[in-house]
Design a protein around this ligand. Sequence first.
Ligand code: SF4
Length: 412
Amino acid sequence: MASYLLERSPTVRRDRLESKYEHLRYARLATAAQRSPEFGPYDGLVPAAGAKQLASILIPTGPALEPTSITSTTQPVTNAVSASRLETLGTCPRKYFFQRALGIRAPDLWERETNAWLSPLQLGSLIHELFEEFLLDLTARDLVPNVARDSQPLQSRLDELLRKWAQQIPVHSQDAFDRRRNELMDTCEIFLMKEQEYCQQRQARPWIVEASLGSPRKDRSIQTANPVINQATNPLDCDTPIELALTDGRALRLAGRIDRIDRLLITGSERYVIWDYKSGSNFGYSQSDPFAQGRKLQPFLYVGMLRHRFEQLDRDPDAVEGFGYFFPSPRCEGLRLEWSTVQLSRGEEIIRQLCDLLTSGTFIATNKKEDCGFCDYAPVCGPPEDLVVISEMKAQAPGNPTLDAWRSLRHG
Ligand code: SF4
C-alpha cells in the first residue's frame, strides 16, 4: 500500500490501484460515461436483457423480460403482465431493470408503527374489501347507493371489518386506531354521498364488483361473515391471460383485477364504465393527461381487457364507455377522473414505445425527480437532481437512436 501512496505519477498510481482494486476502474469508467452525451451500458443500455433468452440467462429462474409475443395458436400462453409492471417501466426504465431484470428487492423492514395503524397498502385493501362487500350486497338486491338508507349499515360494516383486522394487525396505539377509524368513517360518508350523486346523474348502476381478468381469483385476505360474499364470482372472471393485440402484430398478455364495472343507461342503450378506487392521494393523476408520459397505463389496459372479455362472451366491445378513478378519501373529497375509450386510444402507441424500450434494452433513468420520491432504489441511484439532469442530457443529445422510443414517450 505504501508504494501506491508514495508513487508520484497520478496515472501510474491510479493504474496500480485499479489493478489491485478492479471496482475502482469500473467506477471511474462509469462516472466518465455518465458525463458523456452518449447513452451506453453505464446508463442502462443492456440489449441482452431485452431478449427473453438472454434475460433468462441474467435471471435463470426469473420472469421473462419481454412482455409481448406474436399471437400464436400453437404456443400456450403462460405468464401475464400487470398494468402496474408496465407503469413501472413507463415511470422509470431503470427501476424496472432493477426490479425485473436483476430481481433486486428492498429488504422487508419490520417497524413497530405507533403513529399510524395500517400501512397505506393495508388501508387500501381494507377500503376495497369494505366497498366490495357493500356493493355486492347492493347489486344482489338490484339497488343503487343511497345515503339515507345505507349510511348506518355501511358504518356498522366498517366497524365489523375493523374488529376483524385488529385481530390480525396488532393495534399498538389506541389513538392511532381511533384516528384511522375516524378517517374511514369520513371516507364512507364521502363514498356514499358521491355514489348517490353519480348514480343519479349518470343513470348508473353498479354491475360487477371485483372482476378477476387473466388470473385466478385470489382468496379474500379476511373472510366476511357472509359466505355468499366470500365465494362471490362473476361472469367476467377468467383465469387465462387476456391478449391485447397491438397494431404492429405483437400481443400483450395481461392480467388484472377490476374494482367495479357500472352499467349506464344512455338513450336506451347499455354502456359500461370501469371504476378503480384510489385510497391515497391524487398526486400524479391529471384529467388532462391520462397517460402522464407513460406512467399511467391502467385506464387504457383495463378498457382493452374488458373489450376483449366482452368479445369472448359475445357482448358488444364498443359498449365499454371508459375508465375512471374514484378518490373517496377526505383528502381528495371524492374526486373522480374519467376518460372515454376514445380519449384513451393513444395508449396503444405508448405501449408500443414501452415494448420498443425493452426490445432495445434501454433502461434509462427517469427525467423527473418526483418519480424518485418513494423509490426503493433511491439509496443506490444517487441524488435525483443529478440523475434527471444526466437523463435529460442524454435524451437531448443528437444520435443515441436507442433513445428514440424514450424521447417519444417523454416529449411526444
Ligand atoms: S431512484 Fe429514481 S432514477 Fe433511480 S430507479 Fe428509482 S425512480 Fe429510477
